[in-house]
Design a protein around this ligand. Structure first.
Ligand code: ATP
Length: 670
């Protein structure tokens, strides 16, 4: 039997190809299918043929090729289920344009989509010539069965659900035309139905997966420790987790879908939720102290509100602090514990506070007993790491071999006597917090090399270990030694010095702020006794005149001594530990100090002369004019700069003497 033939006429090649494919799949075995698209090319006049129009609207474009004896069937079309998964991903209540070539096809397709259960979105039909209202012009999503070119420009999300397919009644009409319905009708309708069943099975799987995903997300949101509430642009609640249920007393089933004002009645809270300028504020809701955060998800036009119970947060922080306290890894002192109102102390505290806000290493320099450890504690306590550990390591107190294992830890079996399971070092234990390297000037050159590596790489390796462990630790170091002098003597690595001194804090000796002595003394007395103790004015004068080489520690010890030996509630001259030392005295300068000062004066003179004749002075020119090595010159320039006597320019810009430098030079030549 000769195979029957039919001609499919479509408007676009996309429709032509899709429908040709569908007809081939279902009828190709029995009928030969020819197809043409009017936008591309049409054949000469057709005669005595079965002609299928892809839709009624192409009639005008194709009727001139449909000649005598032809029978025309206008295909009825239905949605192509294969591509509609994507529609399930659209959020509930989303407004979308359904774009098709004619009002009728648009309306029909919307109806089909609704019939097959895609009802969670709100469809607005759109076709060429339709005018959208201003409100409809804000719709950002469009769905179209292959008519992408008709989508208005204002739309940003374009979903192509593919060309609609020929429906079963049209297929039956074709079979009937060829008198094949009786012989093949059953088989063809089976094939068609099988395809639909496959697709609906696929759809139900997609639905199932969506339900599972929703359930999963609900568990995740319920598992959050904070109250989570989300609502859409119309104020309708879309998310309401278990903690939000506890805080409001409203079950989520009653809250979801309701307007936010139905759940929250407090005016101040509602105005915070609906305004735009603040992102967090503190509220008391149902007797609970809650910090409320608000943010907007632009893509979904959804507002999310998070409720955090501050009482719980504080008690969690307290618990964490208690844990650290038990281990002794806590910074005990704050800036309030640093006593002193002298301008220099106020300034130093202000600088320290600012340095604390950075993540950079800080080097605290100051004579013994000036409060370096106190400042290190206070810096940690105002930094962003304040709830994390603070560990202090005193390099002068620990022997070298112990120091290494204390700092870096060790693996099991690293050496005889190593603990089972190994040990975490102080760097590891300080992770997230601050480590205070006290008396850094006393550290051996070998240990300096290891410290340098830790600071550079931000990772450590345990003794006997073979892997590097990353650490996140802020370093605060302190010394009462002159590190520049140590560098000159080869006892301190210059590269480590530069790493540590990114930010430096110089603490003033007590003799430079004797005005603070009365307050310090009163504080130390109060710390040690509840009795009303006075200091006689001769004693106070003597205290103010003492050189205090041991600084505040020495003052503290002096007060303790006097409290112990006093015979009344007034501290008298006889109570002073060693009256002889409390005489006004001039500090004896060492020969070393004199030599250094002389060198500085000479260097300043050289810079002054060079500046006078040649402008800013390069380091090589300065070195040529002194007996010092280049490195010695560099270190001395550094010191002069720290004193404010010179300004060392970056790169090749050279060095210039400052006004303070000129005055100092003049005072030396008097
Ligand atoms: N400004 C201050 N107010 C109150 N007490 C202070 C002050 N400065 C220091 N102290 C006290 O003096 C003693 C010595 O302070 P700290 O140990 O911090 O000094 P340091 O500079 O680290 O000394 P060292 O270099 O010897 O280690 C401590 O008991 C500290 O509490």
């Amino acid at each position: 039997m000769r195979k029957q033939e039919l001609v499919l006429l479509a408007g676009t090649t996309e429709t032509q190809n899709t429908l040709q494919g569908q007809l081939n799949d279902i009828l190709g075995e029995f009928i030969t299918i020819h197809s043409y698209a009017s936008e591309d090319w049409l054949p000469g006049i057709l005669t005595d043929q079965l002609v299928i129009y892809s839709s009624a609207i192409i009639d005008e474009e194709v009727q001139h090729v449909v000649g005598q004896g032809c029978k025309v069937i206008v295909a009825r079309r239905t949605t192509n289920y294969e591509y509609i998964d994507q529609l399930f991903e659209l959020p509930k209540g989303e407004r979308v344009l359904y774009v098709n070539d004619f009002p009728q096809t648009a309306e029909e397709s919307i109806e089909t989509l609704q019939k097959i259960g895609i009802q969670h979105i709100h469809y607005v039909p759109y076709y060429p010539g339709k005018t959208l209202t201003p409100e409809q012009q804000t719709i950002k999503t469009a769905i179209t069965p292959g008519e992408m070119h008709l989508i208005p420009d204002s739309v940003t999300q374009k979903i192509n659900i593919g060309v609609r397919l020929i429906d079963i009644t049209t297929l039956m009409e074709i079979l009937e035309h060829f008198n094949l319905k009786e012989a093949l009708g059953g088989e063809i309708s089976d094939r068609y139905t099988r395809k639909i069943i496959e697709l609906s099975h696929h759809l139900s799987l997609v639905n199932q997966q969506t339900t599972l995903l929703n359930q999963h997300l609900k568990h995740v949101v319920d598992g959050v420790n904070d109250g989570v509430v989300a609502f859409d642009s119309r104020g309708k609640i879309t998310v309401f987790n278990q903690v939000a249920e506890q805080y409001t007393g409203v079950p989520s089933v009653h809250a979801i879908g309701k307007h936010i004002q139905y759940i929250f009645k407090q005016d101040s809270l509602l105005s915070f939720i609906f305004q735009n300028d603040e992102t967090s504020r503190y509220f008391t809701i149902n007797g609970m102290n809650l910090m409320v955060y608000r943010f907007h998800l632009n893509e979904e036009d959804t507002t999310v509100i998070i409720f955090k119970n501050t009482d719980e947060t504080i008690s969690m922080q307290k618990a964490a602090r208690h844990d650290l306290l038990q281990k002794g890894y806590i910074a005990k002192y704050t800036f309030d514990d640093i006593i002193g109102n002298s301008p220099i102390v106020l300034k130093t505290k202000q600088i320290a506070n600012r340095l604390a806000q950075t993540e950079l290493p800080v080097l605290i320099q100051g004579e013994s007993g000036t409060g370096k450890e106190l400042y290190a504690n206070a810096i940690h306590n105002v930094s962003s790491r304040k709830y994390q550990p603070f560990l202090a390591v005193n390099f002068s107190a620990l022997p070298e071999d112990l120091l290494e294992s204390e700092l870096f830890g060790y693996e099991e079996g690293a050496f005889t006597g190593a603990k089972k399971g190994g040990k975490r070092g102080l760097f590891e234990q300080a992770d997230g917090g601050t480590i205070f390297l006290d008396e850094i000037g006393d550290v051996s050159v070998k240990m300096q090399a290891r410290l340098l590596r830790v600071i550079q790489e931000l990772e450590i390796r345990r003794i006997g270990g073979n892997k590097n462990i990353p650490i996140d630790v802020r370093i605060v170091a302190a010394t009462n030694k002159d590190l520049l002098k140590l560098i000159e003597q080869g006892a301190f690595r210059e590269d480590l010095y530069h790493r540590l001194k990114v930010l430096t804090l110089s603490l003033p000796p007590l003799r430079e702020r004797t005005g603070d002595i009365p307050k310090l003394a009163a504080t130390f007395i109060r710390e040690q006794t509840h009795e009303e103790i006075h200091i006689s004015s001769p004693v106070m004068n003597q205290l103010k005149m003492n050189p205090w080489n041991g600084n505040i520690r020495e003052l503290k010890n002096t007060i303790s001594y006097m409290l112990a030996v006093r015979e009344s509630n007034e501290l008298k001259s006889d109570d002073l530990p060693n009256p002889v030392s409390y005489q006004p005295e001039t500090t004896q300068a060492t020969t070393e100090d004199i030599v250094e000062k002389q060198e500085q004066v000479e260097l300043l003179q050289v810079i002054y002369d060079l500046n006078q004749h040649q402008g800013r002075a390069s380091r090589s020119k300065i070195t040529q004019r002194t007996p010092l090595s280049e490195q010695q010159v560099r270190l001395r320039l550094h010191k002069l700069q720290e004193k404010g006597y010179i300004q060392v320019g970056k790169g090749r810009s050279g060095t210039a003497i400052t006004d303070a430098g000129v005055s100092f030079l003049q005072s030396q030549s008097l």
